[in-house]
Design a protein around this ligand. Structure first.
Ligand code: AMP
Ligand code: FE
Ligand code: FE
Ligand code: ZN
Length: 288
């Protein structure tokens, strides 16, 4: 495999199925030269990942993925190159994880009302220590035979059209972008191709977010077609935005997405990391 990287991945610290050290070992096995761990709302896996990176000779970029409210929908914002000491943001992150727990309890109640026997303890047993999300609930639903796949669980129960849907209280885009850029992270709008911008043109959206500290767009992504990727790359060129890319690897909960190669459509070269680092240097932000 050429010198490829993956800047969007999840571990057991949130809703992935591999422990941070396992994920890094897997990255080494697959010949990746750099990887960003970007768990939902938590930095809990980063120290373990960084240590494993040193052991396996894989460059580990400390990252995170935050959900934000966007008109009636949700957008995801990635922070890359978080500082080793992330204590400036942990209060906010702890609050997000607490909100998640409240929301998850509501989902469980709705599932029970819909006749599905499931407890939050069962979900927490699957989730382990990390931040608990709907994919964990989906897993329990599958184990119980109440859903045939993660997708089926989202369609029937957990997604916006599902009977047990509950929104989670999340940050505004401005709050999330300022939070991450305030600690010197490179701030990236995640997978613009899968979360609809509700008719707002991407260029316009980016102009709105830029003053808050948005640096760029995740152009390369498992669910982006070649055409869409090309479109995003030209927007980045035209608007002088940073280009990022990753698979959104989650392990066995999303079995069709492989680390580094996504759905077979990804081969993100190391030059993407180099270009991101160069931008950081220009802004006087540290690279490691
Ligand atoms: P939560 O953080 O609990 O709101 O769950 C969001 C996570 O659920 C996302 O990061 C995805 O991993 C997953 N997810 C969201 N929608 C779907 C879907 N339609 N099918 C499968 N997984 C999904
Ligand atoms: Fe996820
Ligand atoms: Fe996401
Ligand atoms: Zn993700």
């Amino acid at each position: 495999m050429p010198d490829i990287v993956d800047l969007h991945t999840h571990s057991t610290a949130s809703d992935g199925t591999m422990a941070p050290s396992e994920l890094i070992a897997h990255a080494a096995e697959r010949g990746l030269s750099a990887i960003a761990l970007t768990d939902h709302d938590t930095v809990a896996g980063l120290d373990e990942a960084a240590a494993a990176g040193r052991e396996h000779g894989v460059e580990v970029i400390r990252g995170i993925e935050l959900s934000v409210v966007h008109t009636k929908g949700e957008l995801h914002i990635l922070g890359l190159w978080l500082p080793e000491d992330a204590s400036a943001i942990t209060d906010t992150l702890d609050e997000l994880v607490r909100y998640r727990h409240n929301r998850n309890h509501i989902i469980i109640e709705k599932l029970n009302e819909a006749g599905v026997a499931i407890t939050y303890d069962e979900v927490c047993a699957v989730a382990g220590e990390g931040s608990v999300g709907r994919p964990h609930i989906a897993q329990v639903l599958m184990e119980k035979g109440a859903a045939s796949s993660v997708q089926d669980a989202f369609n029937r129960y957990l997604g916006p059209q599902g009977c047990a849907y509950a929104p989670k209280k999340i940050l505004t885009p401005e709050a999330a972008i300022r939070l991450l850029s305030g600690v010197g992270a490179t701030v990236i709008l995640a997978h613009p191709g899968i979360y609809g911008l509700r008719g707002i043109p991407l260029r316009e959206q980016v102009e709105t977010f830029r003053p808050f500290g948005l640096d760029g767009i995740e152009c390369h992504y498992s669910e982006h077609s070649a055409g869409l990727t090309g479109e995003y790359l030209s927007i980045c060129r035209e608007m002088d935005l940073a280009v990022s890319g990753g698979s959104d690897f989650h392990g066995t909960v999303k079995p069709n997405i492989r680390l580094g190669t996504g759905k077979g459509n990804l081969a993100i070269p190391y030059s993407v990391v180099d270009a991101l680092k160069e931008r950081r240097r220009m802004k006087g932000q540290p690279v490691y």
